[in-house]
Design a protein around this ligand. Structure first.
Ligand code: NAD
Length: 263
């Protein structure tokens, strides 16, 4: 299947590692030119070099903190000045700290809201004018299985990610007339650096090995393993493509069967 992504321009946020990096690579493999961003310049430059050399495509690294609207505007302007257009926006960022409600303070809520929710709002403000003008666009909001099935001790994620589904659906209704399709993807447990760090912390706390912790997490998933980042990226690449032309306002999980409900 030709996905029709050759020559398209994508911004993938939070993409120096993990799921975001796999998405940037997946789009680049299909011939899209990609802007990636993160806060750590060295890690970002390394990721850009790695993706560009393995896919033979242009990758633009822009240092940006997604909690800053100024940085987001700079990210979008840099993409326009390098590539001249923006067709695809994939909103991805780092997860909030794991906390129970009684462990949170008001600042945790403000931080998590800036990081997870306002980053999407500000990226949308910045790219929609370009997509609207060309009457073609794809916006994919990366959330979590937690948007559909609250995860233990992740109240910040559980609360805010469900809100992202409301934002996604409303935006899809409002932007359809301009040819802009908006969808949300909910990854299940995925083996990334972040999850390795969570497993290490859990192993130290409980006196088990990291492998024992990961095996226990995998045992709760019907497919009995965590996802590889590229298995999440495959869906995102399809949703970004010409072939996904009748999909908008959808929420799609890629979770090995982890979510228990039917819808
Ligand atoms: P990760 O921590 O490995 O990668 C996050 C990326 O975002 C990194 O490139 C990091 O540099 C960047 N980033 C973080 N904060 C940023 C900021 N303020 N500004 C700019 N860049 C920033 O995480 P991951 O495991 O790849 O997960 C990506 C997202 O998906 C997270 O929000 C996570 O909570 C969510 N998620 C992950 C899983 C999983 O099992 N890995 C499951 C469900 C949801």
């Amino acid at each position: 299947m030709d996905l029709g992504l050759k020559g398209r321009v994508a911004i993938v946020t939070g993409s120096s590692r993990g799921i975001g990096k796999a998405i940037a690579r997946g789009l680049a493999e299909e011939g899209a030119r990609v802007t990636i961003c993160a806060r750590n310049e060295t890690e970002l430059a390394r990721a850009a070099e790695e993706i560009a050399s393995s896919t033979n495509t242009e990758v633009l690294p822009v240092r940006a903190d997604l909690r800053s609207r100024v940085d987001i505007n700079r990210l979008v302007e840099a993409t326009i000045s390098r590539f001249g257009r923006i067709d695809i926006l994939v909103n991805n960022t780092g997860g909030p700290p794991p906390l129970l409600f009684l462990e949170t303070r008001e600042e945790h809520w403000h931080d998590a809201f800036e990081q997870l929710f306002m980053s999407i709002v500000n990226c949308c403000y910045a790219v929609i004018p370009y997509m609207r003008q060309q009457r073609w666009g794809r916006i994919i909001n990366m959330t979590s299985f937690a948007a559909k099935q609250p995860a233990e001790n992740l109240i910040l994620s559980n609360a805010i990610r469900a809100g992202i589904l409301g934002l996604t659906k409303s935006l899809s209704n409002e932007l359809a007339e301009y040819g802009i399709l908006v969808n949300a993807v909910c990854p299940g447990w995925t083996l990334t650096e972040r999850v390795e760090e969570l497993a290490r912390a859990n192993a130290e706390r409980t006196g088990r090995s990291i492998n024992d912790v990961l095996n226990e997490w995998a045992s709760r998933i019907p497919l009995k393993r965590l996802a590889k980042p590229e298995e999440i990226a495959n869906l995102v690449v399809f949703l970004a493509s010409e072939r996904a032309s009748y999909i908008t306002g959808a929420v799609i999980q890629v979770d090995g069967g982890f979510i228990k409900s039917i819808i």
